[in-house]
Design a protein around this ligand. Structure first.
Ligand SMILES: Nc1ncnc2c1ncn2[C@@H]1O[C@H](COP(=O)(O)OP(=O)(O)O)[C@@H](O)[C@H]1O
Ligand SMILES: [Mg+2]
Length: 314
């Protein structure tokens, strides 16, 4: 059997299959029906459908000719002016095939230098009769104003837990894999609504058998919040042996990185049921030991010392 990357295998081919982003899709469909689009600027976080929607647009507008009339470039590979003067201009100036215009899709266009963005603006103007540009970025404010004003701006939303589940469920059913409710929750927690990261995690975990919260965290090599919380609680209760045992379970059995453990400790301190003054003391200790770890201190020794500090503060 051929090995396929699920992020490509399950990428929607039509706008109707795109999950959520309804405000974007409904407006775009009107243009597709009319057979033409203006220049577009897609802004939003990673893995929420910006590239997918651009590809769907090309397929729906150009049909069988979509590949000849669509060019994708990632601006973060080459951020300077040469990519605009070379690859992009060369494509934009040649005649479309079996269509009225072509589409240049420029991913991560906020990575372009301001000088390159100026060149892009001139290219957009010069070939406006035969070429449309779709620019994707994380923040539209990183794009120079003259480009923004030449584009219809679309803001893509972070996807919800239900959205992630709906998308993942289709893969699960098609691949015939088993996953429980805790697995879906873990996928959402870790991916934070980024479907690329959720799909990659699912594919990695699928080799470990039935998918659960544990196998997702294992595939991600990330600490489970409940484990870290338990360790902190033991330390604050003065149960040093138990806290230490938990720490060694995380570091040795689960093979987690000290940096990951300490980052989670930092995050989870806010959720503890203790007075704010106490939280502040704990946080400043965490900051101190995080620095020591970054300076090359051993994870075992530094984290054990941090737990000892927690005990003395409890
Ligand atoms: N809204 C969405 N609907 C359906 N699939 C999506 C959506 N957002 C992301 N994906 C999936 O996640 C992966 C990355 O999507 P992509 O469109 O490349 O994200 P980006 O916003 O970073 O450009 C693809 O496999 C795609 O199928
Ligand atoms: Mg993209």
């Amino acid at each position: 059997m051929k090995f396929e990357i699920w992020t490509e295998k399950y990428r929607p081919k039509r706008l109707d299959e795109v999950i959520n982003q309804r405000h974007v899709v409904s407006r775009l469909k009107v243009w597709v029906k009319a057979g033409s689009i203006p220049n577009l600027l897609f802004a939003g976080p990673a893995g929420v459908g910006k590239t997918t929607v651009a590809l769907c647009l090309a397929k729906e507008l150009f049909g069988e000719h979509w590949q000849e009339n669509f060019q994708e470039t990632n601006a973060s590979d080459e951020r300077g002016i040469n990519v605009i003067r070379g690859r992009i201009k060369d494509f934009a100036r040649t005649k479309p095939i079996g269509a009225d215009f072509k589409i240049v899709f420029l991913d991560e266009s906020d990575a372009l230098t301001p000088e390159a963005q100026q060149a892009l603006r001139r290219t957009m103007e010069r070939f406006s009769n035969i070429c449309r540009f779709i620019l994707s970025c994380n923040y539209s404010s990183h794009i120079i104003e003259p480009i923004q004003s030449r584009c219809a701006i679309f803001r893509f939303k972070r996807l919800s837990k239900e959205d992630v589940k709906a998308y993942i469920k289709r893969i699960v059913e098609n691949e015939g894999i088993e996953i429980d409710e805790s697995g879906y929750s873990a996928l959402f927690e870790i991916s934070e609504g980024d479907l690329r990261s959720a799909t990659n995690l699912l594919q990695a975990a699928s080799t470990l058998g039935k998918i659960t919260r544990d196998s997702i965290y294992e595939a991600a090599s990330l600490a489970k919040p409940e484990d870290i919380k338990e360790m902190i609680k033991y330390a604050l209760n003065g149960e040093f042996d138990k806290a230490k045992e938990k720490l060694y379970d995380l570091l040795i059995n689960q093979g987690l990185a000290g940096e990951d453990i300490i980052k989670n400790m930092h995050r989870l301190i806010y959720e503890l049921q203790i007075p704010n003054e106490k939280k502040i003391e704990l946080l400043s200790k965490v900051a101190e030991y995080e620095f020591r770890l970054n300076q090359g201190g051993s994870a075992e020794i530094q984290l054990e010392a941090l737990l000892a500090q927690f005990m003395s503060l409890s």
